[in-house]
Design a binder for this molecule. Structure first.
Ligand code: UD1
Length: 368
């Protein structure tokens, strides 16, 4: 029996790990996964609810690192994961990390320094914007990973360009879309739009949490204005990330939104509640990487409030357009979407609900 430490820390990690663990159960009976939660996200709404809804088992190990500055949080994870690896009996045969959050890079580094190989799921994505904390996490994690499992062809190209050996790179598809495929029916049956008093097919979903969009009050104000303009055309549902809530309050922008009857602000939603909402939206506006992919898989128009994306397939084949802070373009595209002139997009190859199984098959082969 081989032991595989599977690391999660933040919200999008939970969504990606559920299909990986399901795939391992089905395809890799000789691999025993141990689930490690770093505690990067810890609120009930940001963590526990995701475990329940995605059918994740309780973590075998909880490092309870909590929030902090980047260096501080990454260091705390690095230190605690290393200590756990040193004491674990037997020591895991590999560490599997997903995505691009601080937990991903910290556990990869602790692991590789102890000679425990690293498997990275969602490897190779590049925005080429090194001011993004996630880009640093992606580049560093891929540089020290032994097996690189990739969700879209651009990732394979990027890894090749960076000199990673071709024998370590596999295109397996998108595990986040496995979770979506599995949960879509249950999500529809929740009727989240009705719960929030909006008509299915007749509202926008808006999310915002990247430091570049929320930490600068002037940029945040522009988004809030655009949200209120959009709300004149159709109601906007806005689940607010804790970082964004704090920034709105600090910039004095909360009252304008709270006082707008066509903007429905909510707490961060659970996975099912959120999917129930996105799958019936007319329009999605976001700066989230995961949501760019989910809207492409759902065929829902997505206006992405970023200048770059590490997921170019969502623009080239999917339903996303990068609008950055070009609000003239944004307003025109909202109009196009409402007039049904916007591109249709298609779901990329290997985003087929079976990526977790392909990950598991590669992991089983890697561990021998
Ligand atoms: C992190 C990831 C980001 C991912 C996002 C998804 C990094 C560098 N960033 O960003 O890639 O898209 O998660 O949500 O890893 N907080 C709470 N409760 C929680 C967790 C956080 O209130 O359970 C608050 C804290 O005040 C914290 C802030 O949110 O300081 C930011 O959390 P953090 O994990 O540092 O970054 P995110 O912005 O969530």
């Amino acid at each position: 029996m081989k032991t595989l430490a599977c690391v999660v820390g933040a919200r999008p990690n939970f969504v990606k790990m559920a299909p990986v663990l399901a795939g391992l159960r089905e395809m890799a009976p000789g691999v025993r996964p141990l689930l490690v939660h770093t505690g990067q996200h810890y609120d009930e709404a940001m963590s526990d609810r995701f475990f329940e809804q995605l059918g994740l088992p309780a973590p075998d190990v909880h490092l309870e690192v909590g929030s902090g500055r980047h260096g501080e949080q990454t260091a705390r994870i690095l230190e605690r994961y290393e200590s756990w690896l040193l004491e674990a009996a037997p020591r895991p045969d590999a560490t599997l990390v997903v995505g691009d959050v601080n937990s991903t890079v910290a556990c990869a580094l602790a692991s590789v320094k102890l000679g425990v190989p690293v498997i990275h799921v969602e490897a190779g994505l590049r925005s080429f914007d090194r001011t993004m904390p996630e880009e640093i996490n992606r580049v560093l994690t891929d540089a020290i990973s032994d097996l690189l499992l990739v969700s879209e062809p651009s990732g394979v190209e990027n890894l090749k360009r960076e000199g990673r050996p071709e024998s370590a790179v596999r295109l397996v598809g998108n595990v986040m879309i496995d979770a979506l495929t599995l949960q879509l029916q249950a999500a529809r049956e929740l009727h989240q739009p009705a719960r929030l008093d909006v008509e299915p097919g007749g509202y926008a979903v808006w999310t915002l949490h990247r430091p570049s969009n929320v930490d600068d009050p002037a940029a945040l104000e522009q988004s809030v204005k655009a949200m209120r303009r959009t709300a004149e055309r159709l109601p906007v549902v806005f689940p607010v990330h804790p970082r964004t809530e704090r920034a709105l309050r600090a910039a004095g922008l909360e009252p304008a939104l709270a006082g707008d009857p066509r903007v429905v602000m909510t707490e961060p939603l659970g996975y099912l509640e959120f999917l129930s909402l996105t799958c019936q939206a007319r329009l999605i506006v976001t700066d989230s990487g995961g949501l760019q992919e989910e809207s492409t898989a759902l065929g829902i128009p997505c206006l992405t409030l970023r200048d770059t994306t590490e997921r170019p397939i969502t623009v080239e084949e999917g339903t996303s357009t990068l609008v950055g802070n070009n609000w003239t373009l944004f307003d025109r595209l909202v109009e196009d979407i409402l007039e049904r002139r916007y591109k249709k997009g298609q779901c990329p190859r290997l985003w087929d609900g079976r990526a977790g199984r392909r990950v598991a098959a590669e992991v089983a082969e890697f561990l021998g």
